[in-house]
Design a protein. Structure first.
Length: 164
């Protein structure tokens, strides 16, 4: 097949900028590819890991099949506990928004609710670890709460005889 060509170490800063630009241009596949090139030569590059996780989650709403285990693998490599919790929350929030945007099927709204609640739980973990004057996790938590309230989302209701 093909052998991928490695980029030079000196090209990493420009490649990171390019990956961010592709994310902003709504081309997450291109951003993901660039991040994978960076991680090929610098496996612990924290900026590339974060950008890769965000690029992968950008694809949720585009009907791409993104495996949760792949995202989890990259999330687990983020060293900072706050950032790992914060970006895990973002992944759940984006998954919830993708489910909500495709709602119409039975149970999709309760699934979105569950994803939002997972996101909020991760944002609470991030809140406890946040650096001074950084309220990003609170802003995201509030955003999730507002979506739940405005859309009147609720957890799944189980039948009384669920276990019988």
């Amino acid at each position: 097949m093909f052998k991928l060509k490695p980029i030079s170490t000196e090209a990493v800063p420009a490649a990171l900028e390019k990956a961010e630009r592709y994310r902003l241009l709504n081309e997450p596949g291109a951003a993901e590819s660039i991040c994978l090139d960076i991680l090929q030569i610098d496996p612990d590059n924290q900026a590339a890991l974060v950008t890769l996780v965000l690029a992968m989650s950008d694809r949720f709403a585009k009907d791409y099949a993104i495996g949760d285990s792949r995202i989890q693998d990259y999330l687990s490599r983020i060293r900072d506990d706050y950032r790992r919790a914060y970006y895990t929350g973002i992944i759940y929030e984006r998954r919830a928004k993708a489910v909500l945007s495709k709602s119409g099927s039975r149970g999709s709204e309760s699934t979105a609710y569950e994803f939002f609640r997972q996101a909020m739980s991760w944002f609470e973990k991030a809140e406890a670890l946040r650096p001074p004057r950084n309220d990003d996790a609170l802003l995201r938590w509030n955003g999730c709460a507002r979506i739940i309230i405005y859309n009147k989302l609720a957890p799944r209701e189980m039948d009384a005889d669920f276990l019988e």
